[in-house]
Design a protein around this ligand. Structure first.
Ligand SMILES: *[C@@H]1O[C@H](CO)[C@@H](O)[C@H](O)[C@H]1NC(C)=O
Ligand SMILES: *[C@@H]1O[C@H](CO)[C@@H](O)[C@H](O)[C@H]1NC(C)=O
Ligand SMILES: *[C@@H]1O[C@H](CO)[C@@H](O)[C@H](O)[C@H]1NC(C)=O
Ligand SMILES: *[C@@H]1O[C@H](CO)[C@@H](O)[C@H](O)[C@H]1NC(C)=O
Length: 664
């Protein structure tokens, strides 16, 4: 007989766990095998997703288990889905059993839950069993709704699914549960190999297991779960910041999963702002009525002053101190943010004109309402780092201030407002030479951000309304990185989550990842906008007979003129004949080149500069060139444009998570 210790060593060596039962109440010492963005927090919570970048998250029991064709299994876990937003979450997550031979790194995030990808969904060779807790309705998987529990065998098209909830033991009534309610809940999953029956139950945490299960279905897993397999959890992030936590988990092969002691589970982090500190309370001296009244008066004055100038400051901001403005200074600079100081209101907030006390510097103060703290630290770090960018075609950022629910950004004031006002407004139109100078200026600012600075800075929201004109009518790019803030904080009210319709590169819509080449795409849309004096996409007011809103797509229109051998006819009619035909020809063709659907076919900003200043000839467009919109129309109904359309409405839960991947 082998000595016990040697046997143990052998087992460890083949990496298969002989123990068939485990229980974790918190995971600080579980030694889970984690990949992607999954992590165990210092409190011992398993945190699957914590970003908005379409990343994968997997967490498995440290060693794979040996399943047999006749193995039954049982598991239970307590989880919570905590979204930054009240009524919006990313797709959920899943408990899974997957063979060790499976390479999960080729799975996809978002609605694929880190389980499958678009090509292997439904493939019997996957041999993956999963129970999904899904908070998004994905029509492509025939999901029943946006809050369901599903049994998935090799496919995200669930074999059986039920609305999240449980049957009350006492009354038998069905009670809804909202998976994304941020409240912990418990799931029980049992597979009885003899009866080939799977049962799933769900209940609020600390409630006993409901007698009547939520789901019962007969599926023979003997060819699915048989072999050495990992057991654990899988998820993928998407554009909404949403955290999937597992608080405790137990499992048993051929037995009942050990019960979890809720008292021993780690606590979820508190959500929402800290309770108000007591310092606002005013101690009232109980002397005479008069004294009390006087104290109240003074107290109210102090309180008012305090509230008026209240700021939000956190420890991590110390290092950014020099870039921090006092709210009182900004308040005074803008005469209390009076309406007559209002320069404009855009997707990201309102901008006020002001003069800083002391230095008398003219500034523009942008108030961005922003409830979420998530990503704020990275954002401020980025703002401060961008504040060090110095270029004559970039709007200089001076610093910031934070208040509750609000971020204030301080820029140098640009006296001639934004370019879109001159292009589309009623004011005096720009002549061709001015337009070309602005185009070249913006290109050089962008080249500096992309290639010439110490780190690559991606703008993410290039468009005419983000180009401001200084006293000499030079174009200067502003609003760097704001799109990024919304990326992290994902505000459903704004359509600017990662940019602006018509300027969004198709791969950015699909993957959520901004690159220098997605900036080049937006720059292409900008070129056409400036040369033609029209917006990239214009909606017609009236619906047509089919009830569709007609849409004017600038790139398609310019391409049509090019095909007819007269691209120059696309030039803004307001210019009359007052433009240089060769220059306009270059700008228009360059616009289309930058708008190429394939990032690899777009020029870099360095090449763009060379084409613009004539130091390199602009290659002809290939005769086969099509715009993104045309390509989408050629593809099936769910094309990129379809995604754009839903992106713009940005209110439907189902479509929010589609954004990443449904374009394919
Ligand atoms: C997400 O978790 C990873 C791993 O712990 C950590 O490095 C990263 O900073 C976290 N990101 C966010 C946005 O919290
Ligand atoms: C999908 O996953 C399979 C593994 O199941 C992998 O072989 C394939 O390359 C992946 N496909 C894509 C497009 O990533
Ligand atoms: C999943 O369901 C969708 C919608 O019904 C269907 O088009 C698709 O073919 C299904 N895929 C698989 C793998 O069953
Ligand atoms: C449960 O949810 C369903 C679907 O959302 C809804 O129709 C029903 O009214 C809800 N029931 C209760 C008791 O909230």
């Amino acid at each position: 007989m082998l000595p016990r210790k040697l046997l143990l060593l052998l087992l460890v060596a083949v990496g298969v766990e002989a123990g068939v039962e485990f229980a974790y109440e918190g995971f600080p010492a579980a030694g889970l095998s984690l990949d992607g963005i999954a992590s165990v927090t210092p409190d011992g919570l398993l945190l699957l997703t914590n970003d908005t970048d379409l990343n994968l998250a997997h967490a498995f029991h440290p060693a794979p288990l040996r399943f047999h064709r006749t193995s039954s299994f049982s598991t239970t876990f307590v989880f919570a889905i905590v979204s930054e937003l009240n009524d919006l979450s990313t797709s959920g997550f899943a408990f899974l059993v997957a063979p060790t031979s499976r390479d999960l790194s080729s799975a996809m995030a978002a609605q694929y839950l880190g389980l499958f990808n678009a090509s292997d969904n439904g493939d019997a060779r996957n041999r993956v069993f999963a129970v999904e807790l899904d908070t998004v309705r994905n029509p492509e998987f025939a999901d029943m709704n946006d809050n369901h529990v599903g049994i998935d065998v090799n496919s995200l098209n669930s074999s059986a699914a039920a609305m999240a909830g449980y049957y009350d033991d006492a009354t038998g009534a069905f009670r809804n549960l909202s998976l994304a309610s941020r409240e912990p809940m418990q799931v029980w999953v049992d597979y009885d190999a003899a009866a080939t029956e799977i049962t799933v139950a769900l209940a609020p945490a600390r409630s006993p297991r409901p007698r009547r299960p939520l789901l019962t279905t007969r599926i023979d897993l003997s060819t699915v779960v048989a072999d050495t397999a990992y057991v654990g959890f899988s998820s993928g992030s998407s554009i909404v910041m949403c955290r999937h936590y597992v608080l405790g988990w137990s499992f048993s092969l051929d037995g009942a999963a050990p019960a979890l002691d809720h008292a021993k589970l780690p606590k979820l982090p508190r959500i929402g702002p800290k309770p108000q500190s007591k310092t606002l309370a005013i101690a009232l001296p109980m002397v005479t009525t008069a004294a009390v009244l006087a104290a109240v008066g003074v107290g109210l004055l102090l309180l008012r002053r305090r509230l008026r100038y209240a700021e939000l400051r956190e420890d991590w901001e110390v290092e950014f101190g020099p870039h921090r403005f006092a709210f009182k200074d900004l308040f005074d600079a803008t005469a209390g943010f009076k309406d007559k100081r209002l320069l404009g209101t855009g997707g990201f907030g309102s901008v006020y004109r002001g003069v800083l006390p002391g230095t008398r510097t003219e500034v523009a103060v942008k108030r961005v309402s922003h409830e979420s703290r998530q990503g704020m630290r990275e954002f401020i770090a980025e703002v401060v780092s961008i504040g060090r960018l110095r270029h004559r075609n970039l709007v200089q950022l001076l610093g910031y201030c934070r208040r509750k629910g609000e971020l204030l950004l301080v820029y140098y004031y640009m006296p001639n407002s934004s370019l879109d006002k001159h292009l589309h407004g009623h004011g005096h139109a720009l002549d061709w030479a001015q337009r070309l100078r602005i185009i070249k200026g913006v290109a050089s600012g962008l080249l500096y951000m992309h290639e010439d600075w110490e780190q690559v800075v991606i703008h993410r929201d290039i468009k005419a309304s983000n180009v401001l004109l200084d006293g000499d009518m030079n174009g200067r790019l502003g609003d760097f990185g704001l799109a990024r803030l919304y990326d992290h904080g994902a505000d459903p009210q704004t359509t600017h989550v990662v940019g602006t319709m018509g300027y969004l590169a198709p791969e950015l819509v699909r993957t959520g990842k901004a690159t220098t080449l997605s900036d080049v795409f937006a720059f292409g849309a900008f070129l056409l906008e400036v040369a033609c004096g029209r917006r990239p996409i214009e909606e017609e007011e009236e619906e047509d007979v089919y009830g569709d809103v007609d849409r004017f797509v600038l790139a398609d229109w310019v391409l049509g003129h090019w095909r007819n051998g007269a691209i120059i006819r696309a030039v803004d009619a307001k210019l009359g004949t007052g433009y240089d035909a060769a220059e306009a020809d270059t700008v228009l063709r360059l616009g289309l080149t930058c708008l190429h659907p394939s990032p690899a076919a777009r020029p870099s900003m360095k090449q763009v500069m060379q084409y613009l200043d004539g130091s390199a000839p602009l290659p002809e467009l290939p005769p086969t060139y099509v715009t993104v919109n045309m390509l989408a129309a050629m593809e099936t109904h769910q094309g990129v444009l379809g995604t754009w359309a839903v992106w713009r409405s940005a209110s439907s839960v189902a479509t929010m998570s589609d954004i990443g991947l449904s374009g394919r």
